[in-house]
Design a protein around this ligand. Sequence first.
Ligand code: FES
Length: 173
Amino acid sequence: MTTAGVWHPVALSASIEPGSSAGTHIDGKEFVVWRDNSGAPHVWEDRCPHRGMKLSFGFVRGDHIACLYHGWQYDTAGQCRYIPAHPELDVPGSIRVPVLQTVETAGMIWMATEPTESAPPAPQETGETVPVRSVFFGAAIDAVLAAIETTPSRPFSDEAAAPVLRQIDGRLY
Ligand code: FES
């Protein structure tokens, strides 16, 4: 049975180099996107189970990501494997970070909100990913769209504006 997880693009592949991490948020929830040294991407909740530090502030060592605060290390399944203050401790299996289903395709890293058997949306047309800047508007979405659509001197063509407007409208095609 297929479940109802929704895929979200969370990072450009080129932005997350092996051995690096970055923070992002979707619908008000924070996530760490990181790539282990073998190149595999991971998306987890951005919260260390110890004292809640953001794991996106941490550092990657091989196939572990380590928290910046007290150095607890987590393997690629989210399981804590090493606590520096107790190096001999066999870490309980209950100390783990919630991990999300992650796929890399079309030049992007995607996460699913719930486990799903579906694939992320296929890339449009050429399949190329063109990175653009994020822009913050302190206004209602309808006002932003109306302003863009009625601006006579906007610096891009209608054709170029179409995908921009779709993104602003909060939908992914
Ligand atoms: S808060 Fe992460 S190791 Fe302490």
